[in-house]
Design a protein around this ligand. Structure first.
Ligand code: DX5
Ligand code: ZN
Length: 247
């Protein structure tokens, strides 16, 4: 197994939308590696959230101080739960998205959508719902920068993690490792839905390297503590997974 770092991606879905810029700055100060931005259209999923204007508005806030007054950009990880997909891709690229992920069921031409995202200089991700088979990755994984596994049905924050998907994460890890070996490119394996400090270890042990967490970060108001706990648990799981594989 490749040595992986763990990334924690707070989902703004559980943030205070009246103070979004401040929320973004606070989770970044608290250790967030990415900002997960959930876009819902009341068509592909039964909920309605935010679009490119809000992405553009938070973009200047997604920065991390690196010392001596310097800053670096923190990636905005846009999770599109919209159908159709293609018309929104250039709008989010323009709005400062660093990663754009979409659901294969929402695009008529999955390969074309991936090429469109990459042609705009944005990283491309494919999102698999709980019931979506891993075989959708067969002919496109080498073109992806991110595989996002949903561990709840998309549409709402605060749902319970679906435990029976842990073996799917393991199988996705093997596919991602094989694709990385083939292409020499980095591909992230992100898990989204019901991630908590109680299950982060098992999720990382199964092979996830990037954990989305909405309610687990924003509920309770102690963002840095929540992010730190998720990362500590995930790192334990990561090392546990590596040890099991070596054994
Ligand atoms: C659900 C969204 C998730 C959601 C996760 O459709 O894609 O990103 O915000 O929320 P929690 O972590 O509360 O399950
Ligand atoms: Zn999401």
């Amino acid at each position: 197994m490749n040595e992986r770092t763990i990334r924690i991606a707070p989902s703004l879905l559980s943030a205070d939308f009246a103070r979004l810029g401040e929320e973004v700055r606070t989770v970044i100060a608290g250790g967030a590696d990415l900002i997960h931005f959930d876009v819902m259209d009341n068509h592909y999923v039964p909920n309605l959230t935010v679009g490119p204007l809000v992405c553009q508005a938070i973009r200047p806030h997604a920065e991390r101080a690196t010392g001596h007054g310097a800053t670096e950009s923190v990636p905005i990880d846009v999770h599109l739960m919209v159908k159709p997909v293609d018309a929104l891709v250039p709008m989010f690229a323009q709005a400062g998205a660093d990663i754009i992920s979409f659901h294969p069921e929402a695009s008529e031409h999955v390969d074309r959508t991936i090429q469109l995202i990459r042609s705009l200089g944005v990283k491309a991700g494919l999102v698999l719902n709980p019931a979506t088979p891993l075989s959708v990755l067969d002919h496109v994984i080498d073109q992806l920068d991110l595989v996002l596994l949903m561990t709840v049905n998309p549409g709402f924050g605060g749902q319970a993690f679906i435990e029976r998907l842990l073996p799917k994460i393991e199988r996705a890890r093997a596919l991602v490792d094989a694709a990385m070996a083939r292409t020499g490119r980095e591909i992230w394996l992100e898990v989204d839905g019901g991630v908590k400090r109680e299950n982060a270890r098992r999720i990382a042990a199964a092979g996830a390297d990037t954990l989305v967490a909405g309610s687990a970060v924003f509920t309770g108001g102690r963002y840095a503590e929540a992010i730190g706990a998720l990362r500590a648990e995930a790192l334990l799981g990561h090392h546990q997974g590596a040890t099991e594989l070596a054994a």
